[in-house]
Design a protein around this ligand. Structure first.
Ligand SMILES: Cc1cc2nc3c(=O)[nH]c(=O)nc-3n(C[C@H](O)[C@H](O)[C@H](O)COP(=O)(O)O)c2cc1C
Length: 194
């Protein structure tokens, strides 16, 4: 089983990163192959809305030759995907927004008849996670809802787990949240159990 974590914080060793690490450790404990991708280490240009080749076979963006083809391949070759982001301005980070925009080539659309022909992300198992400073859990309602819309409704993936950690601001604050870190570890253990 291959598990991939997309970390959408610009901060390495920050709270999202540490949460991802615990999740991946849980997966490893069940024998999974794991990989962590820092989205901010990659060049991902924002979609220009050209509606050219990306929805038509072979589903590639012809506007940009950046890191997205490689990231999509890695995502599609994984059995379980974690997206983890800090809450920024009541949403997830801009780099994750740009990543989701550029996942449009997952879909193959018959533009003439407005019919979805293929969805390469369909059925992928996904865990979504958000960390934030505010103690109030409802701060993540909107970004979780947006993730539902993008991953479930648009890309037809299965969201099979959600993690949320509140009250964390500075790098490493999450290390005081033993319960949340354990929850991430145990969720991955459960999902990767044979
Ligand atoms: C630009 C920016 C915007 C933020 N917006 C919010 C917000 O709207 N709500 C909130 O609770 N925390 C907000 N935060 C706090 C982060 O979510 C918090 O510091 C988080 O733990 C950072 O995660 P990281 O260590 O993985 O980068 C914001 C932080 C930054 C830098």
């Amino acid at each position: 089983m291959k598990v991939i974590a997309f970390v959408a914080s610009p901060r390495k060793n920050g709270n999202s990163d540490i949460l991802a690490e615990h999740f991946l450790e849980g997966a490893k404990s069940k024998g999974a192959d794991t990989e962590k991708i820092y989205l901010y280490d990659h060049t991902i240009n924002p979609c220009q809305g050209c509606y050219k080749n990306c929805w038509i076979n072979p589903n590639d963006c012809t506007r940009f030759q950046d890191d997205m083809n490689q990231l999509i391949s890695k995502m599609l070759s994984s059995d379980l995907i974690l997206f983890v982001s800090p809450v920024y301005m009541a949403s997830y980070t801009s780099q994750l927004t740009v990543f989701f925009e550029r996942c449009i080539p997952l879909m193959n659309v018959d533009l003439k008849n407005n019919v979805l022909v293929e969805n390469r992300g369909k059925g992928k198992n996904v865990v979504v996670a958000l960390v934030h400073d505010a103690p109030d859990l409802s701060i993540a309602d909107i970004p979780f809802k947006a993730m539902d819309h993008v991953l479930k409704n648009t890309f037809q993936m299965n969201i099979i787990g959600k993690l949320q950690v509140s009250g964390v601001r500075d790098k490493g604050d999450i290390n005081n949240k033993d319960k949340s870190l354990k929850e991430a570890y145990q969720l991955a253990e459960k999902l990767c159990a044979k």
